[in-house]
Design a binder for this molecule. Structure first.
Ligand code: NAP
Length: 235
């Protein structure tokens, strides 16, 4: 196992798009840290990839829990000593048939806790590892539901707000970052995962393929952008 290999970490990677991202990063030569909030599911997912000789390690991390995020960052620092790519993939979609004015407010709070604050705390905890080497690529998995024009359509308010805030966070952090550290957001399209449902036209594999170019952009690559299939979205 080469320790000169770049190290990538994916949140919420025990299933769906996150699992595919881990697999493809490993196939492309990264040492990959598969994180999951559930110890058993995460361990099993990592083992299934290790059996195919892929360089994948499991670290438990619940992005709703700042202690868990901090502990995971300490493990990554101690075990790997670097982080080149961070993919904020973990997310929840809890308000499919709900309206903001009538839903239990806890749905909005829980959605913002995972899809917005979770990502914020993960970036804050892991960016020092990137700053140490003045290099990093951060990819936030967002959604076209987070575009401004979606805000005038009723429904899915909690999820839409969380992804709108995530897109804004991406731009704000891009404006603060120093060195060759890039942060961008991406919409994976409508994907046939547990979240997207079986009718979705795109597989997790296709979604991961449409995202991973952002993991290897050069110093002149985009900063603070929002993309789908490699094309910028004017949100
Ligand atoms: N599928 C789509 O059509 C679609 C479209 C646009 C954007 N997206 C975005 O793509 C990303 C991945 O979605 P997906 O379709 O792969 O969804 P998914 O199949 O439902 O998987 C979501 C993953 O996030 C994890 N997760 C949820 N809360 C977490 C927490 N607090 N800490 C750590 N992990 C947590 C889940 O873990 P558990 O197994 O423990 O629940 C699971 O591994 C999400 O950010 C989603 O918003 C998806």
């Amino acid at each position: 196992m080469s320790h000169n290999k770049q190290v990538a970490l994916v949140t919420g990677a025990n299933r769906g798009i996150g699992f595919e991202l881990v697999k493809q990063l490993a196939l492309n030569g990264f040492r990959v840290i598969l994180t999951s909030r559930d110890q058993e599911k995460g361990h099993e997912a990592a083992q299934s990839l290790k059996h195919s000789d892929l360089d994948v390690s499991f670290v438990q991390m619940d992005i709703d829990d700042q202690v868990s995020i901090h502990q995971a960052s300490l493990i990554v620092k101690k075990t790997f000593g670097r982080l080149d790519v961070l993919i904020n993939n973990a997310g929840v979609y809890l308000d499919e048939n709900e309206l903001l004015l009538t839903m239990d407010p806890s749905i909005l709070e829980k959605t913002m806790s995972t899809n917005f604050f979770g990502v914020y705390h993960v970036i804050r905890s892991f960016i020092p590892l990137m700053e140490k080497r003045s290099y990093g690529r951060i990819i936030n998995i967002s959604s076209e539901y987070g575009m401004m024009n979606e805000m005038s359509e009723r429904g899915v308010g909690a999820y839409k707000l969380s992804k709108l805030a995530l897109n804004a966070l991406t731009q704000l952090i891009a404006a603060e970052i120093q060195g060759d550290i890039k942060i961008n957001a991406v919409c994976p399209g409508w994907v046939s995962s547990d979240m997207g449902g079986p009718a979705a036209p795109r597989t997790p594999k296709q979604a991961a393929e449409s995202i991973l170019w952002l993991a290897t952009i050069g110093p002149d690559g985009p900063q603070g952008g929002f993309f789908r299939d490699g094309k910028p979205i004017d949100w």
